[in-house]
Ligand binder design. Structure first.
Ligand code: S3P
Length: 188
């Protein structure tokens, strides 16, 4: 049985319920919203990047620099395969997870996927311009990089089951919506 460092113990997850997966570009609010919703629901929250860093004892920036992006994607896929055996968690994979269609397929049937939509300008403000541990953005023009990634991925994010436009809802409203979706999807 793999171990995870989650906000609530993994044993709090009911495997018969679907996972709720938050997707969207960096700065969309996946971790902030996911953690708060999970606390309200009493379900475990798993931030994929933090979990990968913990397991590898390396930061995301180090993994990309020393082992390359394909290795990071492999670690992401491995984690996906592990959680696909479980259920009832709130999951926040990194922004590029959606590109791995086989990885997404592992979770799809047993998950509710929610796209946290945001404009790149707003996303970068939320990150307070701190892109040091986001290797794909840590370049001379992070806004251009984020815009490019969104353009490449938008059609994939749009396949999510639900969309929350975080430009027009408050943080609390977004959390309320996730709590409601997770409760509906779980058959309360
Ligand atoms: C990535 C997003 C990051 C992290 C890695 C790659 C991406 O996660 O997984 O830097 O490809 O967009 P966040 O979305 O949490 O920033």
């Amino acid at each position: 049985m793999p171990t995870f460092r989650t906000s609530q113990p993994v044993s709090a997850a009911d495997p018969s319920r679907p996972h709720l997966v938050l997707v969207g570009i960096s700065g969309a609010g996946k971790s902030t919203i996911g953690r708060r919703a999970a606390d309200r629901l009493g379900r475990p929250f798993l931030d994929f990047d933090l979990e990968i860093e913990r397991r590898e004892s390396q930061t995301i920036a180090e993994i990309f620099a020393e082992r390359g992006e394909p290795m990071f994607r492999r670690l992401e896929r491995e984690l996906t395969a592990e959680v696909a055996e479980m259920g009832g968690m709130i999951l926040a994979p990194g922004g590029g997870w959606i590109v791995d269609e086989e990885g997404v397929a592992l979770l799809r049937a047993r998950s509710t996927i929610v796209w946290l939509k945001v404009r790149p300008e707003t996303a970068l403000k939320r990150l307070r311009g701190d892109v040091t541990n986001r290797p794909l953005l840590n370049r001379p023009d992070p806004l251009a990089e984020l815009s490019k990634l969104l353009a490449q991925r938008e059609a994939l994010y749009a396949r999510a089951d639900h969309l929350i436009n975080t430009e027009i809802v408050t943080l609390d409203q977004a959390v309320d919506r996730i709590v409601a979706l997770a409760t509906e999807a779980g058959g309360a």
